[in-house]
Design a protein around this ligand. Sequence first.
Ligand code: FAD
Length: 387
Amino acid sequence: MTTNFQESQERADLRTAVAALGAKYGHDYYLKQARSGGKTNELWDEAGRLGYLGVSVPEEFGGGGGGIGDLAAVCEELAAAGTPLLLMVVSPAICATVIARFGTGEQKQQWLPGFAGGEVRMSFAITEPDAGSNSHRITTTAAHDGDGWVLNGRKVYISGVDEADAVLVVSRMADAKTGKLKPALFIVPTGTPGFEYRQIDMDMVSADKQFGLFLDDVKLPREALVGSEDAAIAQLFAGLNPERIMGASFSCGIARYALDKGVAYAKERNVWGTPIGAHQGLAHPLAQIKIELELAKLMTQKAAALYDSGDDFGSGEAANMAKYAAAEAAIRAVDQSVQVHGGNGLASEYGLGTLLSAVRLGRIAPVSREMVLNFVGQHSLGLPKSY
Ligand SMILES: Cc1cc2nc3c(=O)[nH]c(=O)nc-3n(C[C@H](O)[C@H](O)[C@H](O)COP(=O)(O)OP(=O)(O)OC[C@H]3O[C@@H](n4cnc5c(N)ncnc54)[C@H](O)[C@@H]3O)c2cc1C
């Protein structure tokens, strides 16, 4: 039996092509757009036209027919070029995957060709003001309304709603047999009456903004419910693992970007007659980050390979671990790169200071560091549940 740690030539070629696209735009473009409140639409649209955002959409709907590992490679390469696309973590990764796997024939026809070319953007809304880490407590509720549904509730920190055509909303509804509440996912077009969103001011420099959602008697047709009434738990699993894998690849990409910057500067800057990278005080942390980054990448690839092989449950542990490791590597990479740059590390011209808050996101979302540790303690180690 062999285990192959080498990505396929096809995936390697995809990485090279995406890296070239990211380099064409570059971090200066990203920062200019983010700082001015602009969007990265040109980059998104070009990536869509080239098929990069649709690599994991089934071929019959115009996509590349690849897996989440391919999409994660695209996400990582764009971030490594200094052009991270946060919406990739939700729109093609969660929403397109859930619809491709569980949507009705009509939903697939309606949405997947748009995901394949990047024309469609969909946000994903699970977090609520009183139910962040504890998604069992969400209170957004769907009730039968004639032939359709009516949705009421609130969501917070939902990314990219102003750019989205629709939001995949996680809610609850009463089980017809038991009367107990169970999850249900709905596709809510952003123009639906009763659906409102307000931007949340964040101390993050990001082209993609965060929003609070207000759903007040939002009336939806019967076909807004994703798949069948009984499949929502499987749908959530199918969506949340790709989200974690993409979160990990997003962090790995930013870590690579920061490490590359730090290493280049350490080779070039000279204040004692040798490049500052000759001092082990700087070289060792950079080397440590390189190791941690490679480990995080490996776990991300393992999680993606398990997911793409159809092992939803098995990929959960690896996806959690990958997300944890990648977020920690990215935080250390940015922090150390700032340190290597000295005063320049915080100068706007060098574009590193803004990454300090961007990488902290990886420790909080889509699942926090502490909830990953809870998962590993309980499920991987068999320790008692602590909460
Ligand atoms: C920039 C950004 C973008 C986001 N985008 C989206 C999005 O598109 N869609 C979406 O649905 N959500 C999104 N989120 C929300 C994100 O998923 C949540 O912020 C995250 O899940 C944590 O929830 P919370 O903020 O309510 O924190 P809380 O659940 O209130 O947790 C606060 C702190 O307590 C800790 N904690 C909680 N419970 C435990 C426990 N049992 N044991 C130990 N520690 C615990 C947490 O780890 C955390 O450190 C986004 C958040 C941010 C910041």
